[in-house]
Design a protein around this ligand. Sequence first.
Ligand SMILES: *Cc1c(COP(=O)(O)O)cnc(C)c1O
Length: 407
Amino acid sequence: MTNAVKSFDAAEIRKDFPILRQLVHGHPLAYLDNAASAQKPRAVIDAISRFYSSDYSNIHRGVHALSERSTRLYEQGRVQVQRFLGAADAHEIVFTRGTTEGINLVAQTWGRRNIGAGDEILITALEHHSNIVPWQMLCEERGARLRVAPVNDRGEVEKFEFTERTKLLAMAHISNVLGTILPVREVAAAAHARGITVLVDGAQAAPHMKVDVRELDCDFYVFSSHKLYGPTGVGVLYGKSALLEAMPPYQGGGDMIRTVTFEKTTYNTPPYKFEAGTPDIAGVVGLAAAIDYVNEIGIDNIGGYEHELLGYATRELEKIDGLRIIGTARRKAAVISFVLEGIHPHDAGTILDRYGVAVRTGHHCAQPLMDWFGIPATTRASFAFYNTREDVDALVRAIHKAKEMFA
Ligand SMILES: *Cc1c(COP(=O)(O)O)cnc(C)c1O
C-alpha cells in the first residue's frame, strides 16, 4: 500500500456527499451503483447554485457583465477539461450531452465522411450499447461492416484483428459490466500503424484513473460528467484538432455559424462548430467544480484506494457459496458483476435494496456481452472513492439474506 492510499480517509470524504447521509428502508445507504451514475459532492452542488444565484446568463453573444462572466466560466471549464485529459489545446474539447452524444457526433460527422461501402469498423464484445448502435446505424447507411473483437472467459480482449478495410477502432477504456481495463495505448499504436482512426469510450475510465489523451494517442475520447461526480446533461468529446477541423458540423443552429444568409452559411471553427444552440452552461460549471474536487483528492489516490476496495470486495464475495463473479480480468477497475445460483438478479437487487444496498441489475446496456457469457443479466456492484469496507460488508450481509430467502 502506498502512503497516499494509507492516508486516504474515505469516511472523511463521505461527509462531502450530502446524499450518502441517509437511511434507506431503515438501513444506512450503501451506494454501489457508481458505474450507472456517481453522487455529487457539496462543492459541485454549491458551484451550480452559486452560478445560478449570481453569474447566470446566456454566453458568447452578450456584451453585458453577466454574459461576460458566464462566458468566462464556461470557457474556463473547457480549459479545465483540457488539462484534465492532457489535451494539447482547449479547442479540442467539445461539450456534448454525454458519452452517447459524443459517439453519435463522431459517427454522424467523421463517420459519414470517412466510412464507405465495404469498409469495416472494429469494436469489442464488451462495449456499451452506445458504442455499438451508432456504428451499426452508420454501417447500415454506408454499406459498411461492423466487426467485433472477442473477449476471453476472464472478460479480456486479447486480439484485435485489423484488415485492409478497417477504418475505425471504437473501444471502451474500461468495461462498465466487467471492470476490464483495456490496453488502449498499445492497441491504438497498432491501429495507427495501419492508418486506422481510434475512438475511446472513456465513460468508466475518466472517474477512476489518470487519462492522458496524448499519451494514449487516441483520436477521439468521450466521457460523461455525471459519472465523474458532476451534473447530468453534459459530457465531453475530445478530438485531435486536425480531425475536428476536417469534420462537417453535427447539428445546425446558433453559435455554430460564422455568417448566415439564405444562400450560404459559413461555419464557426471547432469546438463551436459542434456546439449548436445554447449549451448546458451550468452543467459545464458543475463539471469544472467536479474536476477541481477530483484533482484535490488526486485521481491516482482515488484509483489506488478503489483498487484496495476492489480486492477486499472480491475476496469477501468469493467466500459466498453459489456466487460467481463475471469478469476476472487481470487489469480490472472497481466493478464487480456477479450471478447467484438460483436467484434472478432482479430479485437479488430488490432484496439488497431492502437492506439499503443500491446495486444495478440487468444487462447494463451490454446485451451482446450477456449473450457471450450465456447469462441474461447480472447483479453489479460498482465502487467510488466514497465507498468503504462497511459498504462491502453491508452488501455481503444482504446477499446472505437473499440466499436465506431463496433457500
Ligand atoms: C454510461 C456509459 C455510457 C453512456 O453514457 P451516457 O452518459 O449515458 O451517455 C457509454 N459507455 C460506457 C462504458 C458507459 O459506462
